[in-house]
Ligand binder design. Sequence first.
Ligand code: 9MG
Length: 267
Amino acid sequence: MAVMNVTPDSFSDGGQFYAGTSLNLDSILAAVEGALADGATLIDIGGESTRPGASPVSQQEECDRVLPVVEAVAARFDVVISVDTSSPEVMRGAVDLGAGMLNDVRALRRDGALAAAADCGVPVCLMHMQGEPASMQQKPEYRDIVAEVKAFLAERSAACREAGLLDNHILWDPGFGFGKSLSHNLQLFNALPHLAETGYPLLVGVSRKSMLGAVTGRDVDQRMAASVTMAALAAERGAAILRVHDVRETADALAMVAALKKEKDQA
Ligand code: 9MG
């Protein structure tokens, strides 16, 4: 899953598609084309930064940023478009225009989001986050991070089913970096096989995140090696989808993971 942030302020690629204050659609389409050539099979389009410290934007602003991009990408490419949003209006608008998946870092907890997702009828990624982006990294606390994340995702999955979503349209995401210390993130990462056992496909997003900077001491633009390593390890531990910035390098790593698995399965 290739990350396409149409925001002026996302943590590693904010403003990438902006000329001054206006969005440059051609540059987004070129980036999508490149990501597909590099091996992406899903494109995640988001119009609200969720980096630590970010403030929410209005639904109107988010619609204005995201919907023209979804429309243009859907018209030009045969790819599944995922929309990174917590806003019911954006969900409905994006799916009407051709989006095929919803990615909600708030796990459909906003008013109207569950009903909107059920009406949309597409797969939904439910992500765990403690708190809100503006303050989530101030003092994250858990008694048992793995048990709490698992219980949260199970509760949100039950709410989805009750709202009419199909169980096989639900994906889980532990939410690396969302209200978690380095130790919390590492414990969760080590627990990926345990979470995968639930049967819900796992989406993992660690690309360029500060947990990698905390371990390697590298700035955000120097974290590719750590990102690709973690993507390969996540795949080995049962992740079904990797949300990444560096598509070509990740695709190569995943090809190696798949080759090793194939050889082992044939033995
Ligand atoms: C939008 N976004 C940023 N990081 C993410 C992550 O780790 N998972 C998901 N599902 N979305 C994310």
